[in-house]
Design a protein around this ligand. Structure first.
Ligand SMILES: [Zn+2]
Length: 264
């Protein structure tokens, strides 16, 4: 399956956010509401319109995605999205719906609550896509194939039971995965896998649609956002990949000193 394309025959751009909040945290994944608003108004000024993954594309489509489904997406990002008429795709860790993020190796410092069932249902009713990020946020590299398949399938079923709407999309925790991810995703009932765009091309012939995303960090200004959606800066892409590599390496090192199931 090929990636949906826009009117210029380019893949539909996709942005990844984690937290939209005023607070400061260890790491770079928190974007302030003020900055997030500036991103969306810039995208709107450049005629981008958000779509969800199984919708027909529009002129200048964009996927606006949020990983881990933190409560701040409801309290901070949702109202700003509504201001500009945008919808998001939210990747939920289903065992943590309504709970604190104690799966996170930085939990002691970066404590946050995940969206509740009611909040997810409200987002779904507002046209947001509720998608799967697995049950426990455990890296695939620490699981066997049967465990991965069960995690992918059960998380999809939990969301479908909650919203009454089919779940089409999946993204693997930490963007780490085994070579057979696409076959597993197909077997688990998905149509789309969202992955971070790499500097090296990914396999194109797969039984599933791959949507490549660009990571947004707390320091990104509207000019960076435009470089990501227009995909016209190798420097921007390299920067994202280096930050992602460093943050996963940091998590891996911290995991060695704590008894946790984060990536090995
Ligand atoms: Zn995640």
């Amino acid at each position: 399956m090929s990636n949906p394309v826009n009117y210029q025959n380019r893949p539909v751009p996709a942005l990844t956010y984690h937290k939209i909040a005023q607070k400061h945290e260890l790491g770079l994944n928190v974007v302030s509401p003020h900055r997030f608003r500036s991103h969306l108004y810039c995208l709107q000024k450049n005629s981008y319109r958000t779509v969800v993954s199984n919708q027909d594309t529009v002129h200048n489509p964009l996927y606006l995605t949020f990983d881990d489904a933190y409560e701040c997406i409801y309290s901070e990002a949702f109202p700003i999205c509504q201001e500009v008429g945008y919808r998001g795709i939210i990747f939920v860790i289903t065992d943590y719906i309504g709970k604190l993020n104690d799966w996170d190796i930085n939990f002691g410092i970066n404590r946050s609550r995940h969206l509740t069932k009611d909040q997810l249902c409200e987002l779904s009713k507002a046209g947001w896509e509720i998608a799967s990020h697995g049950r426990t946020h455990q890296a695939h590299t620490g699981m066997n194939v049967g465990e991965i398949l069960r995690d992918m399938r059960e998380s999809r079923e939990i969301i479908e039971d909650l919203t009454g709407i089919s779940v089409f999309s999946y993204t693997p925790p930490f963007n780490t995965f085994l070579p057979n991810l696409f076959e597993l995703a197909k077997n688990a009932g998905y149509e789309n896998v969202f992955l971070q765009k790499s500097v090296t091309p990914i396999r194109r012939e797969t039984p599933i649609r791959i949507i490549e995303r660009r990571m947004v960090y707390g320091f990104d200004d509207p000019a960076n956002i435009m470089k990501k959606v227009e995909d016209n800066s190798h420097y921007e892409l390299y920067k994202e990949n280096i930050i992602h590599f460093c943050s996963n390496a940091t998590i891996g090192v911290r995991a060695l000193f704590t008894k946790s199931n984060v990536p090995r």
